[in-house]
Design a protein around this ligand. Sequence first.
Ligand code: CS2
Ligand code: MG
Length: 407
Amino acid sequence: MKIKSADVVVTSPGRNFVSLRLETEDGVVGWGDATLNGRELAVVSYLRDHVNPLLIGRDAGPIEDTWQYLYRGAYWRRGPVTMAAVAAVDTALWDIKAKYANMPLYELLGGRSRRGLLSYGHASGGDLPQLFDSIDQHLDEGFRAVRIQTGVPGLGPVYGVAGDPGDQGPDGSAGVAPRPSEELWDTRAYLRHLPAVFEAVRAKYGPELLLLHDGHHRMTPTQAAQLGKRLEPYDLFWLEDCTPAENQEGLRLVRAHTTTPLALGETFNTIWDYKTLISEHLIDYVRSAVTHTGGITAMRKLVDFAAMHQIKAGMHGPTDVSPIGMAAALHLGLAIHNFGIQEFMPHSERTLTVFRTSYRFEDGLLHPGDRPGLGVELDLEAAAAFPYEAAYLPVNRLALDGTVHDW
Ligand code: CS2
Ligand code: MG
């Protein structure tokens, strides 16, 4: 079960994806996702120049040992580039192990804990009529939960709302080059507007529909506390990334003032980033992706730590997580007990011509499928038709005076 080859595949079927392909001496192939939106080539170099040479000839079996070897052995720990690279190796090794066992990965992780994974889609619109159309479309597709984002009166395009030039739609940020697009922001205008949006959505769709919102790190703890309080009558499933939360203790203030459930962590990359948040139960859902948090091995430890504090998994699932990373989340989410919800932004048809998936979405639930391993194979020939395109995520500035702001 020795690793014979380790290769990085970069492809841009609408947006950039970085994938790691490991092959054992007896021809078993494992795939890992190493996509870091807007900084893709840094991870490519980390893998190609520093990690892959260490993998050749190494036994594919001892996954925990390889994880520790790459994490501790580098001396320089943590960080999005390092942890995306470690994640890709870890995920590819789990894919290989499950293929050897001839089982879908979720079986190796303990077997299923549920029929499928409750998932939410992105409903958005510049104004209420557009938002309602988008919600209706999601309901027609079978979603039982929707994330609600809207434009803010007086502001231009807002990230996360359909039509935004820097939007993360199916073919999101590719093409936004050679410089990031810039957007203008006004937190006070946003805070005045948002509660009325939720009031209108609840009035139209009733109490059952699960509603989520992403604050995208734009508030201070005080502003987040105000928003959480004002949204309480609309019974949100969660309010996501209300602050950047690098200062984990800042969430104490938010928590003390609102019972709106909080989700956080899509930009975090280790369990340490959550230490205070989890041990003091300052959040309700962990948002990390397998892709950005060191793989299945590390994500499993994180969700087990969260479980001790009644905190659930709500793994990040935007289109910049590749279908390989999405499949990894689905296998883990199916197996663990403390699963909450899975974000699901379907990839474009073009992306799915490169990544051959076997996961499915039925009646609002996602299922990873029952093929051995992750159940996703990358078609190398199809990938080669879509070379890398330089692309950036947008940058946010305050409308008032142009100060760079969290986004
Ligand atoms: C967003 C992401 O899905 C989400 O919750 O916050 O789309 C995020 O902006 C992108 O993944 C950034 O690459
Ligand atoms: Mg988010």
